[in-house]
Design a protein around this ligand. Structure first.
Ligand SMILES: *[C@@H]1O[C@H](CO)[C@@H](O)[C@H](O)[C@H]1NC(C)=O
Ligand SMILES: *[C@@H]1O[C@H](CO)[C@@H](O)[C@H](O)[C@H]1NC(C)=O
Length: 388
């Protein structure tokens, strides 16, 4: 058995010969990412001939020189022609005033590579009022409409009915286990807000689809078609780019809660769902696979549905967002996998994306030669849903 340690690099991609990628930015960002099937040594990015994308996860194998695994996904669906954005959709950023630089950077990438041509409105949400400086500078960063919203108190802060002594014990025991954000209440507020409340915000009511953007993310290549149209025209409810295993210690009782929910509300569990992505034994045990929710292009009407709303309330009532550290990524992923048909999920394999410490990046011809998946990626399990 090999012992795999993630090197915290993931590259997603597929190939477009006319893609206008930002190679110079890539070279400074990731001077040593390279691959060729299983990647045994690193090459310089300058050797990468053309501007296409692929999915590679770098791994560290102590026993060998293996450095990465190439992922060559099947061809993406044919892109729609570039046109004005016509979908009922918005770009959404949850940010603090102190995130301004990261927000402007993210906006720059998305405007340059997508929104300049589509003109979708931006919505910014914060648990405090945005400063004038934030609003002025963000407004200047796009020609699209922008709006700034304050999150209602009850949608953000730890509810009074949560037993704070028990929550503190939970935080402290996770801190002892060295779990990231173990001691943070604001992080838990954010996870709960992203799980159950953002789509109820008044500024989002006019919209159906959203693209979740975070401070300090990067898009390196032009998005040559409208992903919102793609979801709408293909009756999809959830699109992702990265899929990984959750840290089990953050969600010790989540899956048992999900199983109880499924037995109490079987009517919400969809026919043809993606349970096999979540579980290797028909639902008995959660395999920890989830979609990384810092990138989401999805349908808020799914979150607003009775099925999801009932599910969220059921989870929330256990206090697990505070007693443990349930993330919005597993919560969203489990719901999308169970309450929708698997055909309603979509892997945006053709969108190059980076969120520290994972990323997508341009590359050359090699990816077409083989189909490999990094051991820590859940993409293989997702693809398997569609193999039969
Ligand atoms: C990239 O690789 C070269 C040669 O292996 C090495 O000298 C250099 O330090 C590496 N750069 C980074 C940023 O890791
Ligand atoms: C956009 O979607 C929202 C949510 O479904 C809906 O309330 C609104 O009427 C839609 N707007 C248009 C122009 O279709």
């Amino acid at each position: 058995m090999r012992h795999w340690i993630p090197l915290f690099s993931l590259f997603l991609a597929s190939r477009y010969s006319n893609c206008a990628c930002d190679i110079s930015a890539m070279i400074t960002e990731i001077s040593n990412c390279s691959w060729s099937g299983p990647v045994r040594q690193r090459h310089s990015l300058e050797k990468i001939p053309s501007c296409s994308l692929m999915l590679v996860q770098t791994v560290e194998d102590e026993a060998s020189d293996l450095r990465g695994v190439l992922v060559a996904p099947p061809k993406p669906p044919a892109p729609r022609p570039v046109g004005e954005g016509t979908a009922n959709a918005t770009l959404l950023i949850l940010a603090r005033n102190s995130d301004l630089d990261g927000v402007l950077s993210s906006m720059g990438y998305l405007e340059r590579h997508f929104n300049k041509r589509f003109g979708y409105p931006w919505v910014f949400l914060n648990e405090e009022e945005f400063t004038e400086e934030f609003k002025t500078r963000v407004t200047a960063a796009t020609e699209a409409p922008v709006s700034f919203g304050l999150i209602p108190h009850d949608h953000w802060y730890q509810p009074d009915w949560v037993d704070e002594d028990r929550a503190r014990e939970g935080r402290e025991s996770m801190q002892r286990a060295n779990i990231i954000y173990a001691g943070s209440v604001p992080y838990r507020n954010m996870c709960r807000f992203n799980s159950g409340f953002f789509f109820h915000h008044p500024l989002l009511q006019p919209y159906r689809y959203y693209w979740r953007v975070e401070p300090d993310i990067k898009y390196f290549c032009d998005v040559t078609y409208d992903p919102f149209d793609y979801l709408r025209d293909n009756n999809k409810i959830y699109g992702f780019t990265i899929s990984f295993y959750e840290w089990e210690k953050t969600i010790p009782t989540l899956w048992d809660t999900v199983k109880r929910f499924m037995s109490e509300y079987p009517q919400f569990v969809a026919e043809g769902n993606a349970m096999d992505y979540l579980s290797d034994n028909g639902g008995d045990k959660y395999n920890l696979c989830h979609f990384w929710s810092n990138f989401e292009i999805a349908d808020m009407n799914f979150w607003r549905s009775q099925a999801y709303q009932t599910f969220f309330d059921y989870l929330d009532n256990t206090g697990g967002f505070y007693y443990e550290r349930w993330g919005d990524a597993p919560v969203h992923s489990i719901a999308a996998a169970l309450f929708a048909n698997k055909e309603q999920l979509h892997f945006f394999r053709d969108i190059g994306y980076r969120h520290e410490p994972f990323q997508h990046c341009p590359s050359g011809e090699e990816w077409e030669r083989g189909k490999y998946y990094a051991p820590q990626s859940c993409v293989r399990r997702y693809e398997k849903l569609f193999l039969s």
